[in-house]
Design a protein. Structure first.
Length: 148
């Protein structure tokens, strides 16, 4: 019940400010209303996020009991755990880099297209090259996970 309420509140904190912003008249004071809507969205989203975090973790947290035999962890378990961490890092950092590069390349491509429409193919090539970084991250992750 609490989880469903939390999901509903998070969805409402995103949809409600956007609906209010779209329903308002955008001609007079457009920038001020947009800033107000953004501030309302940020405050409501993080308010619901903090509320849900407190509500979910307000129960008594207990650590699981660890048998004394688990002190001798085999090296295979450590290496497989580090392989999962490495695969996650390669995908995560590769996707983050691709997102940053694509944002910069797409912005520059749109600026160049506004001046000269004949360079669209060249602009798309640079945007696609930036996306290749994420694909390389996935390939490296699959190569790491095939060895586990």
């Amino acid at each position: 019940m609490l989880m469903q309420l939390t999901v509903l509140l998070l969805i409402l904190s995103i949809i409600l400010p956007a609906g209010i912003l779209l329903a308002t008249n955008k001609k007079p004071g457009r920038v001020r209303r947009a800033r107000l809507g953004l501030a309302f969205n940020v405050v409501s989203f993080f308010g619901v996020l903090i509320f849900s975090t407190i509500a979910m973790f307000s129960g008594a947290a207990e650590a699981a009991s660890v048998p004394s035999q688990s002190a001798n962890i085999p090296p295979e378990a450590i290496s497989s755990g580090l392989a999962f961490i490495g695969a996650g890092l390669s995908v995560g950092l590769g996707s983050l880099g691709a997102g940053i590069a694509t944002g910069n390349a797409a912005a520059a491509a749109l600026g160049a297209l506004s001046e000269n429409e004949g360079i669209m193919a060249k602009a798309l090539v640079f945007v696609a090259l930036a996306e290749g970084v994420a694909i390389y991250g996935f390939v490296i992750a699959f190569m790491i996970l095939n060895r586990v």
